[in-house]
Design a protein around this ligand. Structure first.
Ligand code: ADP
Ligand code: ZN
Ligand code: ZN
Length: 730
C-alpha cells in the first residue's frame, strides 16, 4: 500500500486522532510505531494507529511528521487492538489512552531498549551469617539480608532504597563483609524450587479444567474462601503454561503485591519473573514492560496497569481478588483492568481466571448467565477452618474509646495464651472530628464538604480528601473555649487505648501514616512475624495478602461504618472487606474467631453474613439489585463535572441533558444531581447518570453524546469526564 497519510494518536484531551503526511522513506511503517510530530507550537510523541491513502483534511493543511522512533512496532497488533477497543468503550481521548498505557520513558520517546541495572544478591556467606548471627545490634542489616533471601534473583539498589530505605553506605558495608554481591546478570541463578503440595480434589479439578482450556478463550471464576488454595491453583496453571513455552500475566490489586506473594512465585517457578506496579522507577517499569514484550520473562505479575503490558506469547491471564475496586482506574482514563482482562483474553484466544473469596456481583451474574465457568474451592486447606463470625452488640456496653469491655476481655484472653490479635478500623488518624464541647463547633475543611481528621501525634487537623492541614487549635475558633474533644475513633486512638489497657504488650499499627517512611511496613510485618508485636491495629492495608498464622482473634472495631453508605455498592464493599479481614484469622493450626462490634445487631446485612456467609449475602444483594434495576442488571455511565463556581457544572449538565437524546429510548438520563460530596478541593461537583438495561444502546448513545458534549460552550468552563461502568457514584 502506498499510504501517504499517517493517522496518529497524539497526547491531548481531544477526542480524536490527527492526520500527518508520511515521510519519503523506504522504511516499512506499521501501526504501533511511535512517531515525533509537530503539534501546535511544540513537538509531541504520538502513536501511529493507521496508514491511510486519504484524509478528510485538505492536503495542503497537513504537516509532515518529524521522525519515526521505532524500527518495528512498539505495540504488538493485539495490544493496539485492545487500546482502540478500550478507547471506544470508555470514550476516552485516543492520545491519552496511549500515554496511560506506555511506561513513562517510552511515552517520552526514548529508545525501546532495556537498560540493565546491577542487582544485589545475598551470598552463601550472607545466608550463613543470617542464620547464625546475633542481630540485636544490627536489625537493619538483618532486614536487608532477609529481604534478599526472599529475592534470590537479586534486587536493584533502587528497590532496596525504595522498599527498605537502605542507602549505598549500608550496601557497601554488607559487600565488605562478603554477605552480599553485585551482579549485572539478567538471568537469575538457577534456584532450588520448593516442593509443591499435593492438591486436594477441588484444586485438582480447577487446575484440570483451566489447563484443558489452554489454547482457546474461556473465562473462569475461581470462587474460594481465603486460605482455600487459590494461589496454589494459579501456580499450577502458570507452570503448565510455562511448559508450553508461553507466558502468564498475573494481576493482583496494588496492595496485594507483597514480597511474600512474589517470593512464593519465585520459589516455585523455573522462570524469569517481572513485576509492574506504581512503586517502580521509570527505568524498572520500562525494563519489565520490554522483557514481557520480547518474551525474556515467563511471568509478569502486576497491578492494574499491567493489563496493558505487551506479551510475546501469552498463555493465560489470572486476576486475583477480582472484586477489588482498585482494578478500576478512578481518574483520567477510567478503565477496569478486570473487564479488560476478559476482552484481552478473548482477543488472544486464551483462558482467563478470575479468583476471589468474595466475587463481585458482576462476575457472579456472569456465571449465572453462563458467560463464565464456575470453579469452587469450598474449604480451607488442611486443618485450618474458616473462623466463625460473631456479632457483638455494643449498645449500652461500657466502652473505652471505641473498644467495648467484652472485646477487651477477649483480647486479654488471647494474649494470655500467647496468641496474636488483629483489630480492624478503616479510618486512620486519631479521631474523625474535633468538636467544641461548649458551642458545638466542628473541625471542617474549608475546601471540602468534609471534616478535618484529628491527627494527635502530629498535632494537626488534616483533610483526607484534599490534604489541607492546620495546626491543632488550642481553643475553639468560634467561642474560645478550651474544652475541645475528639469525636469518634481512628486507628491512632485505638492504639492509644490498647497501650493503656495492655502496657506490656507490643503493638503494631499499620496504616498509611505509620508506614509512610520507606521500609517501615517491612519492619512492622517482620516484628509481627517474630511475635515481638502481639496486637495489630490497621486499616484495609492489613486486610489483604498478608498471612498471620498466630492471629486467633480479629476484632472489627466499627462494623457500622459501611452499613449506611451513600453508594449502592457500599454494602457489597463492606461485606467483601469484612470477610477479607476475617480471612486473616485462624489461617494455621490455631482456630480463629471474628468479632464485629455493632450498634445494629439485627441489621439484615450482618445477619445474612453471619448466618450464610458471602454466598448468602451475594444472593440477597443480587436480588436487591435486580429489583432496583441497578448494575449488574443495568449498565451505567456517569458524566461528572466540577468548577470553582457552583453554577457552572449545573449549566453544563443541564445542556448535556438537553443534547442527550436517545432515539432508541432505551437510555435513561438521571439528574443532574450534586455529587454526594458536593464540594471537594474547593470545587463544586455535580453529575448526570446515563443508564440502560443493555450495553449496545448505551454505547451507541454515548458515541453520539460525547460528540455533542465536546461542542457545548459550557463544556469549556468546567472540568468534565465520562465514567463508563462507574464503580462509585461519589
Ligand atoms: P488462597 O490463595 O486461596 O488464600 P493459598 O493458595 O495461599 O490460598 O493456600 C493457603 C495455604 O495453604 C498456603 O500456605 C499454601 O501453601 C497451603 N496449601 C495450598 N494448597 C495446599 C495443599 N493442597 N496441600 C497443602 N497445603 C496447601
Ligand atoms: Zn466553641
Ligand atoms: Zn478538604
Amino acid at each position: 500500500m502506498n499510504a501517504k497519510i499517517l493517522r496518529i494518536a497524539v497526547p491531548s484531551p481531544l477526542y480524536r486522532s490527527f492526520d500527518y503526511l508520511a515521510p519519503e522513506t523506504d522504511m516499512a511503517l506499521c501501526p504501533g510505531m511511535r512517531v515525533r510530530v509537530p503539534f501546535g507550537t511544540r513537538e509531541q510523541v504520538g502513536m501511529l494507529v493507521e496508514l491511510r491513502e486519504d484524509s478528510p483534511v485538505a492536503p495542503e493543511s497537513l504537516r509532515p511528521i518529524v521522525a519515526v522512533l521505532d524500527s518495528e512496532p512498539l505495540l504488538p497488533p493485539d495490544l493496539l487492538e485492545l487500546s482502540l477497543w478500550a478507547q471506544r468503550y470508555y470514550h476516552h481521548p485516543p492520545g491519552e489512552v496511549f500515554s496511560t498505557l506506555l511506561p513513562a520513558w517510552l511515552r517520552q520517546g526514548r529508545p525501546a531498549r532495556p537498560h540493565l541495572v546491577p542487582r544485589w544478591r545475598i551470598t552463601p556467606a550472607g545466608q550463613q551469617a543470617l542464620t547464625a548471627g546475633d542481630w540485636r545490634r544490627a536489625p537493619r542489616q538483618q532486614i536487608v539480608l532477609n529481604y534478599l533471601t526472599q529475592h534470590p534473583a537479586g534486587v536493584p539498589a533502587e528497590q532496596l532504597r525504595h522498599e527498605l530505605a537502605v542507602g549505598s553506605d549500608s550496601l557497601r558495608a554488607l559487600l565488605a563483609k562478603g554477605w552480599v554481591e553485585k551482579t549485572l546478570e539478567a538471568m537469575p541463578v538457577p534456584r532450588t524450587l520448593t516442593t509443591p503440595p499435593v492438591l486436594n480434589s477441588a484444586q485438582e479439578q480447577a487446575v484440570t479444567e483451566v489447563c484443558a482450556a489452554l489454547g482457546g478463550f474461556a473465562a473462569f471464576l475461581l470462587d474460594g474462601v481465603t486460605g482455600s488454595g487459590k494461589t496454589e491453583v494459579y501456580l499450577r496453571v502458570v507452570e503448565t503454561v510455562l511448559n508450553r513455552g508461553q507466558q502468564a500475566l498475573v494481576m493482583v490489586p496494588e496492595i496485594g503485591l507483597t514480597p511474600q506473594l512474589l517470593a512464593r512465585f519465585e520459589s516455585r517457578l523455573h522462570s524469569r519473573l517481572a513485576v509492574l506496579h506504581s512503586g517502580l522507577s521509570d527505568l524498572e517499569r520500562m525494563n519489565a514492560w520490554l522483557a514481557a514484550r520480547d518474551g525474556s520473562i515467563g511471568v509478569l505479575i502486576g497491578a492494574r496497569s499491567a493489563i496493558f503490558a505487551p506479551l510475546e506469547h501469552a498463555g493465560v491471564i489470572i486476576v486475583d481478588e477480582e472484586h477489588d475496586p482498585s482494578f478500576k482506574q478512578q481518574e483520567g482514563f477510567r478503565y477496569h483492568a478486570r473487564d479488560l482482562a476478559i476482552v484481552r483474553a478473548r482477543q488472544l484466544n486464551i483462558p482467563v481466571v478470575l479468583g476471589s473469596a468474595t466475587p463481585s456481583l458482576e462476575s457472579l451474574l456472569n456465571v449465572q448467565r453462563s458467560r463464565y465457568r464456575y470453579l469452587c474451592l469450598p474449604h480451607r486447606v488442611g486443618a485450618a477452618v474458616e473462623p466463625p463470625i460473631e456479632i457483638l452488640d455494643i449498645r449500652a456496653q461500657p466502652m473505652n474509646d471505641g473498644l467495648s469491655r467484652p472485646l477487651l476481655n477477649r483480647i486479654q484472653a488471647q494474649l494470655e495464651q500467647g496468641n496474636q490479635v488483629l483489630l480492624f478500623l478503616n479510618r486512620r488518624g486519631f479521631a474523625p472530628t474535633l468538636v467544641c464541647h461548649e458551642c458545638g463547633w466542628l473541625s471542617e475543611c474549608r475546601h471540602c464538604d468534609a471534616h478535618l481528621i484529628l491527627h494527635l501525634r502530629r498535632r494537626r487537623l488534616i483533610c483526607h480528601h484534599c490534604g489541607a492541614q492546620q495546626p491543632l487549635p488550642s481553643a475553639c475558633p468560634a467561642c474560645g473555649s478550651i474544652d475541645l474533644r475528639a469525636l469518634g475513633q481512628g486507628t491512632e486512638r485505638i492504639e492509644a487505648v490498647l497501650k493503656q489497657e495492655f502496657p506490656e504488650i507490643g503493638l503494631a499499627r499499620i496504616d498509611r501514616d505509620s508506614t509512610r517512611r520507606k521500609g517501615s511496613l517491612e519492619a512492622l510485618l517482620q516484628a509481627v512475624e517474630k511475635g515481638e508485636r502481639q496486637i495489630l491495629i490497621g486499616t484495609q492495608m492489613l486486610a489483604k495478602g498478608h498471612h498471620f498464622p498466630n492471629v486467633t482473634l480479629v476484632g472489627v472495631v466499627d462494623a457500622d461504618q459501611g452499613l449506611f453508605g451513600a453508594d449502592f455498592r457500599a454494602s457489597e464493599r463492606m461485606a467483601q472487606l469484612l470477610l477479607q479481614v476475617a480471612g486473616r484469622a485462624g489461617r494455621a493450626e490455631k482456630p480463629g474467631v471474628v468479632v464485629l462490634q455493632t450498634h445494629y445487631p439485627q441489621h439484615p446485612l450482618l445477619q445474612t453474613l453471619v448466618g450464610g456467609g458471602y454466598p448468602a449475602f451475594a444472593a440477597a444483594a443480587l436480588a436487591e439489585r435486580q429489583a432496583a434495576q441497578l448494575p449488574p442488571f443495568t449498565c451505567q455511565a456517569l458524566l461528572r463535572a466540577d468548577a470553582l463556581e457552583p453554577e457552572l457544572p449545573w449549566a453544563f449538565l443541564t445542556q448535556a441533558l438537553e443534547v442527550g437524546t436517545d432515539p432508541s429510548r432505551e437510555v435513561e438520563l438521571l439528574g443532574p444531581v450534586p455529587a454526594p460530596m458536593e464540594r471537594r478541593e474547593g470545587r463544586y461537583r455535580a453529575q448526570l447518570l446515563a443508564q440502560s438495561a443493555k450495553r449496545p444502546p448505551l454505547q451507541a448513545f454515548l458515541d453520539r453524546w460525547v460528540e455533542r458534549l465536546v461542542e457545548l460552550k459550557t463544556a469549556r468552563k468546567v472540568r468534565w469526564s465520562l465514567d463508563v461502568d462507574p464503580q462509585d457514584l461519589l
